[in-house]
Design a protein around this ligand. Structure first.
Ligand code: MLT
Length: 404
């Protein structure tokens, strides 16, 4: 009999969004009529189709695969040079220097933020915000590692800052944050970078929602902060920026400056380790998808994606305006597709999830799924259609009026 990875026993039975899906399916089965009215503002999954220019890029990739002269088999595990250059150039457009060698193309930020655990050993002090995107904690739990939580609360605007009395080796930061929508300022990120450098720690910076930042004063990348190339890995994704949740493409930046000493004094480069890890366990993103992604980073692609982003931002405003009008305390919704708010009447978040589902057939995400500090909070996304978002907010207003 094999010995099993019993760390899995420490996990909740289901991944958060799988759990929600099961609950919705069972509600729709037992309430078929009400199920027809369902509006899904739960998982952050986009609904608009890919922009035409991107589709054209994908078609070019398909045509190339249909022709013996242009056909590609296995590609480079780190991504085709064109895609990697396009990503470095995208950073450059925002005034950020990212070296071509630092860019790794992948199938998404979820995979990379989970897989990065492979290049770190056991015994690190790992800081993780609470509430937080569940992948960071679950993947550490899977390899038997505990995390130290940093409390995100109303008082700190869900943006925990370094506690200088604690030493850390690894620090997870997500900004704009999933689930709270809160976004660190440059000064705040500078404090994190300084703290990481003092501790010789590595920041694992998830910037999957950077494209939602409209305030030019807010940093879209950790590399806008001086010193970050010596202490930070950045994960990003086209899922939300360009509607690639189903198409799949992400990228991770591992600067060549990230070199640390092994226990015997040998110098180890995180860039080289990640390249080794990826070339061993990953065969790269399909050529077709990379052709589509290249277009995303072109001027035409950026403009087309912006139209979709503006559509979702309009939805976010509808939700945020409703919260304001109803006197509900909320976060996010401006530089983020997420609106994070306090459950009414002191309800706990799973109770409120059931209440919304049963009374107005609107699905959201219970804050408890993101950590203990989320247990009285709830998350709605702006990725639905405009009409459905407006309708969901009308129902929400009526529901709150009935609860008073
Ligand atoms: C979410 O809803 O939190 C996201 O869609 C999850 C993800 O990006 O994997």
């Amino acid at each position: 009999m094999p010995k099993l990875n019993e760390n899995y026993l420490k996990l909740k039975q289901n991944y958060l969004f799988a759990d929600i899906r099961h609950r919705i399916d069972s509600y729709c089965e037992s309430h078929p009529e009400e199920g027809k009215r369902l509006i899904r503002l739960g998982i952050g999954d986009v609904t608009l189709p890919l922009p035409e220019a991107v589709i054209k890029g994908l078609h070019e990739g398909v045509d190339a695969q249909a022709n013996a002269a242009t056909f590609r088999g296995y590609g480079p595990e780190q991504g085709y040079d064109e895609t990697r250059h396009a990503i470095a150039a995208y950073y450059k457009k925002h005034g950020i220097d990212v070296d071509f060698e630092a860019v790794f193309v992948s199938d998404g930020a979820k995979s990379d933020t989970g897989n990065i655990t492979d290049i770190f050993g056991n015994g690190n002090v790992i800081l993780c915000p609470d509430p937080v995107y569940p992948v960071y904690v679950d993947t550490n739990t899977m390899c038997g590692r505990d995390v130290v939580y940093m409390n995100g609360t109303v008082d700190n605007g869900f943006l925990p800052m370094p506690d200088k009395s604690i030493h850390a080796d690894l620090i997870y930061i997500c900004s704009p944050n999933n689930p709270t929508g809160a976004c660190y300022t440059r000064e705040q990120l500078k404090e994190w970078v300084d703290y990481a450098l003092e501790n010789e720690a590595v920041i694992l910076f998830d910037s999957a929602y950077e494209a939602f930042i409209s305030d030019p004063e807010l940093p879209r990348s950790i590399y806008e902060i001086e010193g970050a190339r010596r202490c930070a890995i950045e994960f990003c994704s086209l899922s939300k920026t360009a509607g690639f949740t189903g198409t799949r493409l992400g990228y991770t930046i591992v600067p060549t400056e990230l070199v640390f000493k092994a226990s015997d004094g040998t110098e180890m480069s995180l860039n080289a380790m990640w390249a080794r890890r990826q070339s061993t366990k990953f065969n790269g993103v399909s050529y077709i998808v990379q052709k589509g992604a290249e277009v995303v980073f072109s001027d035409a692609g950026i403009a087309a994606c912006k139209e979709n982003l503006d559509y979702y931002k309009r939805n976010a405003k509808v939700i945020a305006d409703t919260m304001r009008e109803c006197g509900v305390t909320f976060f996010g919704g401006i530089n983020s597709p997420y609106i994070w708010f306090e459950c009414p009447c002191g309800m706990e978040s799973w109770e409120f999830f059931d209440h919304m589902l049963n009374t107005i057939q609107v699905v959201g995400t219970p804050g408890a799924g993101f950590g203990e500090n989320g247990k009285n909070f709830f998350r709605l996304t702006s990725f639905g259609s405009y009409e459905k978002t407006v309708e969901a907010m009308e129902r929400f207003r009526d529901m709150l009026a009935r609860m008073k």
